[in-house]
Design a protein around this ligand. Structure first.
Ligand SMILES: C[S@@+](CC[C@H](N)C(=O)[O-])C[C@H]1O[C@@H](n2cnc3c(N)ncnc32)[C@H](O)[C@@H]1O
Length: 276
């Protein structure tokens, strides 16, 4: 019997529901059709009863086999979207999370409020923050990461999107020239003690992008101290749920006068903004 596009969609949803929550399985089915096969809901409404082609069937079977092992969809696809732009991702970088759009929003608001002319993105990963800041402003943008794999992907993303960013391989602020002005960062903030309880997907992402000592606070703390010492005017830091109060207290201890935590849509502490 001929398998139509609608049948293929139902079969995919059933296959994904064997290892994903029902809501996730439905959402991923829609994403796989749209992002993986280029078949939008409008296209399906018009052509859903036509026979699906063999190539689409073969690709879906191969994707299901990989996804069943826990490999995230973005790695299988090779890209994801952030702030409405497409960024290449691969096993060497963290997959951008939607919460990071709040970090971008607050970085832009803070930088514009202070009238800065330069900003740096520390722990740039796939380069989403650096590239988005460069495309939204006339600021000079530097981006830093310890990982050469991440920097290669970040450079390609910036180039593909036409953003001018200067990349550096190094530890936090070490290689950046003064003055720093605005420091933006989404550094690792997961407590290594939570490691074993993590979702299976996280095991595919680099540990260097996820974990920080001192219950996930070590890198954010070190950055707050170094940025103050280097006379940065402000820092916008993505942080973990429940880390706001402690990081705010530490920031004040280093000399930052103003400190404020914003929450994400789920109500979790997500972004710390500090100013002198
Ligand atoms: C949580 S990921 C964030 C990636 C990207 N900024 C984003 O928002 O999707 C953290 C990044 O920080 C980098 N990193 C970890 N320790 C670092 C350090 N000491 N100095 C610079 N980068 C570091 C990791 O390699 C990783 O790419």
């Amino acid at each position: 019997m001929t398998q139509t596009w609608n049948d293929l969609r139902l079969d995919l949803a059933a296959a994904l529901a064997e290892f994903l929550e029902p809501l996730e399985a439905r959402a991923e089915t829609a994403r796989w059709f749209e992002e993986g096969l280029g078949r939008t809901p409008a296209w399906l409404a018009a052509h859903g009863t036509e026979a699906a082609d063999d190539d689409a069937r073969r690709r879906i079977s191969a994707w299901v086999r990989r996804r069943r092992t826990g490999e995230p969809w973005a790695y299988i696809l090779g890209w994801t979207t952030f702030a409405e732009r497409r960024f290449t991702v691969g096993p060497g970088v963290l997959i951008p999370r939607p919460e990071t759009e709040l970090t971008l929003e607050l970085a832009l608001a803070t930088g514009h409020g202070l009238g800065v002319t330069r900003a740096c993105d520390i722990g740039t990963g796939s380069g989403i923050l650096a590239t988005s800041l460069a495309l939204a402003t006339r600021w000079r943008i530097d981006a830093v990461d310890l990982s050469p794999e991440a920097l290669a992907i970040a450079r390609d993303n910036a180039r593909a999107l036409g953003a001018t960013v200067t990349f550096h391989q190094g530890d936090l602020l070490d290689l950046l020239p003064d003055p720093l002005e605005l420091v933006v960062a989404n550094l690792p903030y997961v407590d290594p003690a939570d490691g074993l309880g993590l979702q299976v997907e996280l095991r595919f992402e680099p540990a260097l992008a996820l974990f920080a000592e001192d219950r996930g606070l070590a890198l954010s703390t070190r950055l707050l101290a170094e940025a103050f010492r280097r006379e940065a005017r402000a820092c916008v830091l993505e942080i973990g749920a429940g880390q706001g109060a402690e990081l705010m207290a530490r920031a004040k201890g280093y000399g930052w006068r103003k400190a404020e935590v914003s929450r994400d849509l789920a109500g979790h502490d997500r972004v710390l903004v500090v100013q002198r």
